[in-house]
Unconditional design. Structure first.
Length: 385
């Protein structure tokens, strides 16, 4: 009890001492307190800065890769949103690619300066033996064209950085002549080219094709045309209507059936129609197999049903079937001279924007690799580039 009392008694005095001590120590404690908070706060903010930086990188990287769009930071301007993909080697499969390519702005006026381009789409097995001629053709016309190449997946293009074909190869799959895989490859080319909003016209070419005129003439001819150049005719006989299969009704009736060259030129509206199609695709895939060569009928028939008023019903690509057989003539070294081109230029008259015209062909095929040197020798005199 005493000790307790003592303690209480003693406690009185010490408590006063403590109180005086406390009041004296107060500013120091507060200082310590704030110092600890300051250090803690600083520590937390530094850590959180690192964390956000780390997570931002983590979040942005996969988005940028998967949609082929620039970083989120840059998406705030319309220019960054419409900029074409800088790397054509995406990892989308065809389902994803066609879906993305089928998206169309609903407001028809572009709210920025858009210079419409021609997409030159090369459907090849591998090498492009005519590339030096094409390089010469494109030179000086940057900003008015873009290039896409589809080849066998096993082929590795080795163009140098100075070439217009450098890194213009798109993810490709095997395409067989006359089979649906050929149309798949063409749709893949169109879909990749549609991802660049500046592409307005789409030309399909092969490795054996050459341009017959300089770039300005070709750009002028295509851009001023009211129609797209899809060869599309109602041919009677075994190689035309004879290839039609009754099972295609009601989507395609016999009178709708069309035939035409595989090598087309279409505008953006028709290109979207081709990539978005799910109506005709299954019918052609199932009921147009060799000896029905689907690349001569599918787009030709489909577009004739959907948008007949937009078709010129002729191809821009010259080809010589006069030698007969299943394949057209291939021209080599010995064929190339001024007379040869004079014959092509004068071979036909046609209708251009509802008027008769003597300029009917912008491209020609088929040329063998050994034709390149004489072509380079003649191009400035005869072809105008
Ligand atoms: C693409 O991938 C999606 C899902 O990842 C799948 O549903 C679709 O069938 C694929 N398409 C093709 C053509 O492989
Ligand atoms: C690319 O490879 C081919 C053979 O595959 C060769 O003939 C050509 O010279 C190469 N081109 C370049 C630019 O290396
Ligand atoms: C094909 O004919 C059927 C019956 O006459 C019709 O309903 C259908 O619309 C026609 N298809 C086309 C693409 O015109
Ligand atoms: C092309 O053919 C279609 C019929 O398939 C026709 O409606 C259209 O007017 C033709 N185009 C031209 C430019 O004559
Ligand atoms: C293209 O060819 C035409 C006709 O040959 C010519 O008048 C024009 O000057 C050429 N354009 C260029 C850019 O070379």
């Amino acid at each position: 009890m005493q000790s307790r009392w003592m303690a209480l008694e003693e406690g009185k005095d010490p408590s006063t001492t403590v109180r005086t001590n406390q009041s004296r120590a107060f500013p120091l404690r507060v200082l310590q307190f704030f110092l600890i908070f300051f250090v803690l706060g600083l520590g937390i903010s530094i850590v959180s800065m690192y964390m956000t930086r780390y997570f931002k990188v983590q979040i942005v990287a996969p988005v940028a890769e998967s949609t082929l769009r620039p970083c989120l930071d840059e998406q705030t301007t319309v220019e960054s949103w419409i900029r074409p993909p800088s790397n054509l080697l995406h990892t989308m499969n065809d389902t994803h690619l066609l879906w993305l390519a089928s998206s169309v702005p609903r407001i028809k006026t572009y709210p920025f300066k858009r210079v419409p381009k021609i997409a030159f789409m090369f459907l090849t097995k591998g090498p492009l033996p005519m590339s030096p001629l094409w390089e010469r053709f494109f030179k000086g016309n940057e900003g008015l064209y873009s290039i896409y190449a589809h080849s066998l997946p096993s082929y590795n293009a080795n163009f140098t950085t100075s070439s217009v074909f450098y890194r213009r190869q798109i993810p490709s799959q095997v395409a067989e002549w006359g089979r649906m895989s050929m149309c798949d490859a063409e749709r893949r080319l169109l879909a990749n080219a549609l991802l660049d909003i500046s592409n307005e016209w789409f030309v399909l070419l092969s490795e054996t094709c050459i341009p017959l005129h300089n770039f300005s003439i070709i750009y002028h001819y295509i851009s001023r045309s009211r129609y797209s150049f899809v060869g599309s005719i109602d041919e009677l006989g075994p190689y035309g209507r004879g290839r039609y299969n009754q099972n295609m009704t009601p989507e395609v009736n016999l009178t709708d059936w069309r035939k035409g060259s595989q090598w087309f030129e279409v505008n953006r509206e028709l290109a979207v129609k081709i990539v978005e199609d799910t109506t005709y695709y299954p019918k052609f895939k199932e009921f147009c197999q060799p000896a029905c060569y689907v690349d001569e009928h599918y787009f030709q028939t489909m577009l004739s049903i959907e948008t007949p008023h937009l078709l010129a019903n002729r191809s821009l690509t010259y080809v010589d079937w006069s030698r007969g057989g299943a394949h057209p003539a291939t021209f080599g070294k010995a064929d190339i001279n001024e007379e040869f081109f004079k014959k092509i230029f004068e071979s036909k008259t046609c209708i251009y924007n509802n008027q008769p015209s003597s300029l009917c062909f912008l491209f020609a095929r088929k040329f063998s690799p050994n034709a390149l040197d004489p072509l380079l020798g003649l191009s400035s005199k005869v072809l105008g580039f």
